[in-house]
Design a protein around this ligand. Structure first.
Ligand code: AQP
Length: 341
């Protein structure tokens, strides 16, 4: 059976981009057709300036939202990255396979490091090495597919390169995974600046629809979306990124096609209105389920505990194999125990 792995960082409140680019497919498609693992990658949230209490809060909220979005612990595995030590164990081995130049070429590193420097902060070494930890997240489970939004495709490419290199040097150990992208809304753009991705760690939330935004807030954000100077509704991602973004979001929410939808509208106003309502309707059941789950935190904790146990059982043999392959001796058994055998 195909194995799927994907993760989400508790670095901010989850956005419509996270949902349309990744979570919705995990819930509607992947968990039903594959042996799937979905992980709140909390260690990744420590790569930039962070507040420990906020990371704890967001980790719980992210896990709750994954379940609210429809992940079913009876058919898939949902867990926190830091509960499974194998991720960090494998990450170090992969750091011994990756190169410094490779890490510095990562677009997210360049962008986030520049932002951190602009703020006058220092850049954490873990920001540079985090794609290696992401590779470990994926390779530890022998995942065949990694369903992500477009912004993460470069990191999955790196994962493939590291897997191939490790296998060539030390013998076949890892499955070489492939990226799967959604057909529409692979990159939902910021409503106030449609040349930038809608990101959860934005300083201002005006162009970002959060999954827990009230319906009226969603409406306001969409109605105020920056469009383009023309008046005609056309799907042109390069020339008219604002309108194309709205068409992408509308198409993703209604199951339509952005090009055909462009023909239906003759004004930006009506396109915005329908897009806002479509987003509100997509978020409604998710928000209702989130409220129910918040009333039962013990259930969410139980899911995460069981998920970590299942994940550990899968990752440990794979990571142990990698340790042996790269040249590390297995731990020596306790003398008393070996004598008793
Ligand atoms: N705007 C987006 N459009 C489509 N897909 C997106 N994803 C994120 N933003 C969009 C996809 O959601 C999954 C989880 O994302 P993540 O938490 O691993 O990464 P991120 O959202 O890029 O988070 P950061 O780095 O904490 O902050 P921001 O958002 O500010 O960059 C991934 O599959 C991702 O592709």
């Amino acid at each position: 059976m195909t194995r799927v792995f994907s993760g989400i960082q508790p670095t901010g409140h989850l956005t419509l981009g996270n949902y349309l680019g990744a979570m919705r497919r995990w819930a509607e498609v992947d968990q039903h057709r594959a042996d799937s693992l979905f992980c709140v990658v909390d260690l990744h949230a420590l790569t930039v300036e962070h507040d420990p209490a906020r990371v704890r809060r967001l980790s719980r909220q992210t896990a709750t939202l994954l379940l609210a979005a429809g992940l079913d612990p009876d058919v898939c595995t949902v867990f926190l990255q830091s509960h499974v030590d194998e991720h960090s164990r494998l990450s170090y081995l992969l750091e011994c396979v990756a190169t410094d130049g490779e890490m510095r070429r990562m677009i997210q590193y360049k962008e986030k490091a520049a932002k951190e420097r602009e703020r006058g902060g220092s850049v954490r070494l873990s920001l540079l090495t985090y794609p290696v930890l992401m590779a470990a997240d994926i390779l530890a489970y022998g995942a065949d597919e990694v369903p992500v939004g477009e912004d993460q495709a470069q990191h999955v490419e790196l994962t493939r390169d590291l897997a191939v290199r490790f296998n060539q040097r030390y013998g076949h150990t890892f499955v070489v995974p492939r990226t799967t992208l959604p057909q529409v809304a692979a990159r939902v753009m910021n409503l106030q600046d449609p040349t930038r991705k809608m990101g959860k760690s934005e300083d201002s939330g005006a162009g970002v629809v959060y999954l827990l935004d009230e319906p009226d807030t969603v409406r306001k954000k969409v109605m105020r979306a920056v469009t383009d100077s023309g008046r005609e509704v056309a799907y042109d991602r390069e020339g008219r990124p604002g309108v194309a973004n709205l068409l992408d979001v509308l198409a993703a929410c209604t199951g339509g096609n952005p090009e055909s939808l462009a023909d239906v509208y003759d004004s930006y106003g009506s396109l915005k209105k329908d897009t806002a309502e479509a987003v509100v309707e997509v978020l409604r059941p998710l928000q209702a389920r989130h409220r129910e789950l918040c009333a039962d935190p013990a259930y969410v904790e139980g899911v995460l505990r069981d998920g970590a146990e299942k994940a550990r059982a899968l990752a440990r043999p794979m990571v142990d194999t990698a340790y042996r392959a790269i040249g590390l001796l297995p731990p020596v058994p306790e003398p008393a125990l070996s004598a008793a055998r």
